[in-house]
Design a protein around this ligand. Structure first.
Ligand SMILES: NC(=O)c1ccc[n+]([C@@H]2O[C@H](COP(=O)([O-])OP(=O)(O)OC[C@H]3O[C@@H](n4cnc5c(N)ncnc54)[C@H](O)[C@@H]3O)[C@@H](O)[C@H]2O)c1
Length: 257
């Protein structure tokens, strides 16, 4: 695949899935802008990528704030070159019964998981449009396509990302820019492992609901992102692909608790 020498910006790449995406894109010869809301995490990942022989720039910013996003995208293009790929990966997770959900948690889920995707996409497509070339990959979740109980804000915001991706794909198709959506299933990352521990959930029991018999590793998602970014995927747009070991296709024969 022909990614060498091109430039990517990956949000939330300080850890987890975003970090794995940054590593795989670096291994394929891309220069990578490493965004994260946690400055130290962005710097650590960028340093790791440089040690691995790549070109990488830490770009700490809160993707829910327009001014920070604009400055980040401008810096990425000034220091790395024209962006070929934006990966909207950063996300936050909230859970609990709907009746107890705070207004703040609802707002933050939509600010980061939905508005952040819009703000980053807008800043980047403004630059891609005159070049008539580029790729956007949005990271939603299988929680955006099937129901998970007690995750109302997360599910609704991730569903917004799915439909946002389809709408933007159609709008940008005449301009040579593709937009696709990746929906991870359960993936071994700090978000999942820490979240499960905090809620007293048994990871082994959760894995039993995955037909493939294991949770995803962050790299499982990174290879699909590299495909969406490639010249070979030029005619693939508006697609929503679950990487979940069959979890979103499986109907367990038990009543939800
Ligand atoms: N882990 C899973 O099982 C799973 C499943 C489905 C979807 N996802 C999605 O995949 C993406 C990555 O998840 P992960 O598991 O690697 O999560 P993670 O929490 O391990 O990593 C997310 C990163 O995003 C950063 N971030 C959060 N808010 C930000 C903001 N406002 N601005 C910039 N950076 C911010 C965090 O600092 C963190 O480094 C998320 O969108 C998540 O919803 C994860």
């Amino acid at each position: 695949m022909t990614l060498a020498g091109r430039v990517a910006l990956v949000t939330g790449a300080g850890r987890g899935i975003g970090k794995a995406i940054a590593h795989v894109l670096t291994a394929r010869g891309m220069a990578v802008g490493v965004n994260d809301g946690e400055k130290i995490s962005a710097e650590d990942t960028a340093e790791e990528l440089r040690r691995a022989g790549g070109r990488a720039l830490a770009l700490p910013a809160d993707i829910s704030r327009k001014a920070e996003v604009e400055a980040m995208v401008e810096r990425a293009e000034n220091e790395l070159g024209p962006l070929w790929l934006l990966v909207n990966n950063a996300g936050v997770f909230f859970s609990g019964p709907t009746v107890d959900m705070s207004e703040e948690a609802w707002d933050r889920a939509f600010e980061v998981d939905a508005k952040g995707v819009f703000l980053c996409s807008q800043a980047v497509i403004r630059r891609m449009l005159p070049r008539r070339a580029g790729r956007i990959v949005n990271v939603s979740s299988i929680a955006g396509i099937i129901v998970r109980t007690n995750q109302i804000a997360y599910c609704a915001a991730k569903a917004a990302v799915v439909h946002f991706s389809r709408c933007l794909a159609v709008e940008l198709a005449p301009h040579g820019i593709t937009v696709n959506c990746l929906c991870p299933g359960m993936t071994r990352t700090p978000m999942l492992v820490e979240g499960a521990r905090e809620r007293g959930m048994d990871l082994a029991e959760m894995v039993r609901l995955i037909p493939a018999g294991r949770m995803a590793e962050p790299e499982d998602h990174a290879h699909l992102v590299a495909y969406f970014a490639s010249d070979e995927a030029a005619h693939v747009t508006g697609q929503v692909v679950a990487v979940d070991g069959g979890q979103s296709q499986y109907l367990p024969l038990v009543r939800p608790k």
